[in-house]
Design a protein around this ligand. Sequence first.
Ligand SMILES: N[C@@H](CCC(=O)N[C@@H](CS)C(=O)NCC(=O)O)C(=O)O
Length: 246
Amino acid sequence: MGRAKLYVIPGSHPSWSAKLMLERKEIPYKRVDLMPVISKGLLRAMRFPGNTVPALKLNGDRVQGTSAIARELDRIQPDPPLFPADPDERAKVEEAEAWADTFQHNPRQLSWWGLKRNRPAMASYAEGAKLGIPVGLAVKTGGPIVAAAAKLNDATDENVRADLAALPGDLARIDQWIKDGVIGGEEPNAADYQIAPTIRLAMTLDDLRPAIESRPAGELAMRIIPDFPGRLPPVFPAEWLEPLRV
Ligand SMILES: N[C@@H](CCC(=O)N[C@@H](CS)C(=O)NCC(=O)O)C(=O)O
């Protein structure tokens, strides 16, 4: 069987989850960078069941989505495990992982909303990406892509305000899981790999970073992914950030 092929979008946090898990398993793979939005049609054309990244070709199979990828990697190569062997501990990790799979969407909406208003910042998220065209050109011509991505992801003012208002509670939940030892152990598990990239993406937003970096959630994310591409200068109205001020 050929080498594993992982389809990603530069700066996509779940794509990072898949990359980290493959690397943890020491499974060699080739990374293929796709442009957002255009990725959807390409993945369908490649006969993946859905239209999101991460999407993985592995031993002739197509595995899509972070949680399916985590389970498939554990199945084909049990060591090192991504889930605890103890059923009760596993259930807790799975609960955190499933919650984070949904929570993923909030920083996604926040970043598309912000990038729509600061398109040049996109280049920083595409650092090191091979998109088939120069990153500068992709950014210059990327207006319709950013607008479509913001729309597809429902990055409306209303949703973004709600995401920001919910963030302190979301971070408190993650901090609690770290305190309880569900995540943040010496050996990262599937929930660590699901949560850390999402927090890292949130930390690329200058508006959010101060509220995250000194918390256990921020420290964990930095430990798991010291270098995550991207930086979005302040973009949200001060009033929307009020819930983050403690
Ligand atoms: N919860 C899924 C969601 C994956 C997802 O929504 N990925 C986004 C990128 S972060 C995507 O492919 N969006 C399509 C696009 O931007 O065009 C997972 O963890 O795999």
